[in-house]
Write a protein that binds this ligand. Structure first.
Ligand code: ADP
Ligand code: ZN
Ligand code: ZN
Length: 741
């Protein structure tokens, strides 16, 4: 058979496999491919498997290439990815040096990745049928079916509204539907508009910030740098309202633990349009529906966590990144993108303003503001009547401690409760105690999967001393009855975790609720919300880890006690100081959010530590200024771009062997390039050299300019991929790493 000239064009398909190239196929059923096919999903054979790929290009097959296989079938009639999103994702693949197919797979919701069709995005409503209208009077009054029929008598109601109005309405609806009295009808999501509520009148600083956003005519990046409780969310809401009034879509990114029902309710109540939520707790089908609704322009406002940055926004008007400093914006495995940074890229490509908000901006964003790349907007005061909390350091050197709490702290808690306030005790260690120690020989319980002969990794004590758990790999064991080394019975939990603090406070303040909130006690979002509802405004104590640093607003919280942050003061990670400062300011900011003044007690063995001194006397910005100076002097981000090559293996040697070989390739490429040199630091064992049975090592790459770093990586990566050592270790590249672990 003689192929027509068109048939020599191949689909160049991006596939979700860890190989850098595109894969050529003939179009399904011998059809001639064309440029309009770019962005369509297609099912293709790949070895013995079938994979869902996306057409990245259509082009002639390379001369002498082996015969092409036929793609099996088209999965979309029209391109799923096109325009700005397609261009931005290609940019992301180049920036992360990751295969385009893997980037596209990361960006798509799971059901689309699996090849399922784009879901329909109707909302569902219920209404009375003709016979239903006549039969209302015959239904037993007070029963659920009757109450439902009464609700539907004036108008059809959507399912979200019914959820709010009548418990158990679904069963009633099924009963009535079986008798032909009610029916379910699809309505466009955009028709379901609650009536917007008015917000408070903005103060002068808020007004200036709102104006700065709403007068943007295209892309601009703005850093809304406002103390906790200063009314940043009000600024977002008004900027979004303006965006909606222009007929445009708004995307709001929030940290993983920031997307609470309370936040959503606030957005829904204020905006007068349906607000879609996108987070990891949703079922795959729900996530795909939000994606499709955004793509069709039906979703006008989406509030979502990290991966929401991949939503198509055909009518974009504004992107907001709340708590832009938050670590959860960085994806730590697979494609290691940073949602804040990618939001800026998308805002630029979409030509819309991007508003970054935080009380504790990342040093990256602060430096961008200083350098004039972001417009710096400040909210210096708390909104309304709320005043900043008073912060005091409690020196606990040589003080007797009870479950890690000093007498001063216990007295302050007692007083706050007596005044009818709520207390938050912050300790960023869950479990009962961080270590189980033998007091006779010094043995301590180590995780067998995370320890090396040189470095033991302690297991956390749980359940009052009965169980051991490794917080890095999840390994569990029961606590030994006696020391395995010396048979002594003197095994004791050492140090303090949230469970131990809970034990003490529950015994000591038995007449108020004492609630522990950490990943051990409250896995689910709604469980947390229920706890808060149960507590209400009553006096009580909350004990928690950083899960409590933001999210739900507690109007009656008057005292925040911070215990045991001392570990963070001496970490080797160059970002440790920044993270600790942010955490302290955020936790402290939980106090006194409403009319009652708040107090913060910071208990430490190192009251003179410069970080604490600067934070308390100068605030976050004084700390940040000093930190930026040090980063500049040391040649660290944000002044020098950095990348991290990581390698791991179940065996001890392959990671280092691979990284040494990669280092040689990078060094040679850098020397050849003639541009300024790449600095290579390592390879060294990772700060956690073994984790869950895997040995880990890393090599740090830094350059004084971004193009140098990327140019050398582009040139060196094919050779690194081809290294024989690369087959004996799992390796990955992380551009702009956030955690060096
Ligand atoms: P942030 O996002 O900076 O933490 P919020 O926007 O949540 O702050 O505002 C904190 C509290 O102050 C909220 O209860 C909010 O309703 C209130 N608030 C915000 N702006 C004003 C204002 N201009 N006048 C009165 N109250 C305000
Ligand atoms: Zn012992
Ligand atoms: Zn472990």
């Amino acid at each position: 058979m003689i192929a027509s000239s068109d048939a020599s064009l191949a689909l160049q398909v991006a596939l979700p496999v860890p190989l850098p190239q595109l894969f050529d196929y003939r179009a399904p059923a011998g059809a001639a491919p064309g440029p309009a096919d770019v962005g369509r999903r297609v099912l293709v054979p790949f070895g013995p498997r079938r994979l869902v790929g996306i057409v990245a290009a259509v082009g002639p097959t390379a001369a002498g290439a082996p015969a092409l296989r036929d793609a099996i079938e088209w999965l979309d009639a029209a391109p799923l990815l096109h325009g700005e999103l397609d261009r931005s994702l290609r940019w992301l693949a180049r920036y992360t040096h990751a295969p385009l197919g893997e980037v596209l797979a990361t960006a798509l919701p799971a059901t689309l990745r699996r090849g399922e069709p784009l879901p329909d995005t109707h909302a569902w409503a219920w209404r009375l049928t003709g016979p239903g209208g006549e039969a209302i009077g015959t239904l037993k009054s007070g029963g659920r079916p009757r109450r439902l029929a009464d609700l539907l008598q004036t108008a059809a109601r959507d399912e979200d509204t019914l959820d709010l109005l009548l418990d158990g309405w679904r069963t009633a609806a099924r009963t009535l539907a079986a008798r032909g009295l009610v029916e379910r009808v699809a309505v466009p999501a955009s028709q379901l508009a609650p009536v917007p509520q008015a917000g408070p009148a903005p103060n002068d600083e808020q007004r200036a910030a709102i104006d700065a956003v709403t007068t943007c005519t295209g892309f601009a990046s703005l850093l809304l740098d406002g103390v906790t409780g200063s009314g940043k969310t009000e600024v977002y809401l008004q900027a979004i309202a303006h965006c909606l009034a222009q007929g445009r879509q708004a995307l709001v990114l929030v940290p993983e633990i920031g997307l609470t029902p309370q936040t959503l309710a606030r957005f829904r109540a204020r905006l007068g349009v349906p607000v879609h939520a996108l987070h990891s707790g949703l079922a795959d089908g729900e996530r795909a529906r939000v994606w499709a609704a955004a793509m069709r322009g039906e979703a006008r406002v989406v509030v979502g966590t990290r991966s929401a940055v991949f939503l198509p926004l055909p009518q974009a008007g504004l992107i907001v990144v709340d708590e832009e400093h938050d670590g959860s914006y960085k994806q730590q495995d697979g494609i290691r993108y940073h949602a804040r940074d990618f939001a800026l890229v998308r805002g630029k490509a979409l030509d819309v303003p991007v508003l970054l908000g935080s009380a504790t901006p990342s040093l990256e964003s602060l430096q961008n503001a200083i350098a004039g790349r972001h417009l710096h907007l400040r909210l210096s005061q708390r909104a309304g009547n709320a005043r900043p909390p008073a912060v005091r350091v409690v020196d606990v050197r040589k003080r007797p401690l009870d479950a890690g709490l000093s007498p001063e702290l216990l007295t302050a808690i007692e007083r706050a409760l007596a005044d009818g306030g709520q207390v938050l005790v912050f300790r960023n260690r869950r479990g009962y105690a961080p270590v189980l120690l033998c007091h006779d020989c010094g043995w301590s319980a180590h995780c067998p999967r995370c320890s090396t002969p040189e470095r033991g990794h302690p297991m956390t004590v749980h359940a009052g001393g009965r169980r051991l758990q490794c917080h890095h790999c999840g390994y569990r064991a029961s606590a030994p009855p006696a020391c395995p080394d010396c048979a002594s019975l003197g095994l004791q939990p050492q140090g303090v975790g949230t469970e131990r603090i809970e034990e003490l406070l529950a015994a000591r303040f038995a007449d108020v609720p004492v609630l522990r909130i950490d990943r051990g006690s409250t896995r689910r979002r709604d469980a947390l919300e229920r706890l808060f509802a149960e507590l209400g405004a009553r006096p009580g104590i909350l004990i928690g880890t950083q899960m409590l640093a933001k999210g739900h607003d507690l109007a009656n919280l008057t005292l925040v006690c911070v215990v045991g942050v001392d570990e963070g003061l001496f970490s080797a990670d160059f970002r440790a100081g920044e993270k600790l400062a942010q955490l302290l300011i955020q936790v402290a900011g939980r106090a006194g959010r409403a009319d009652r003044p708040g107090q913060v007690l910071l208990q430490t063995h190192h009251p003179e530590h410069p970080l604490l001194q600067t934070l308390i006397h100068g605030g976050y910005h004084a700390f940040a200024a000093g930190e930026l100076e040090q980063r500049h002097a040391a040649g660290f981000p944000p002044f020098a771009p950095m990348a991290l090559l990581r390698a791991e293996s179940p065996h001890a040697d392959p990671p280092m062997a691979f990284l040494h070989a990669a280092r040689r390739v990078l060094h040679a490429t850098s020397a050849d390039s003639g541009s300024s040199m790449l600095q290579l630091d390592g390879p060294v064992a990772a700060p956690m050299p073994r984790r869950a049975g895997t040995y880990r090592a890393q090599l740090i790459l830094a350059a004084d300019q971004r193009p140098v770093l990327h140019g050398i990586l582009d040139a060196a990566l094919p050779a690194i991929h081809a290294l024989p050592e690369a087959r004996r270790a799992r390796w990955s590249l992380d551009v702009d790493p956030v955690d060096l672990y």
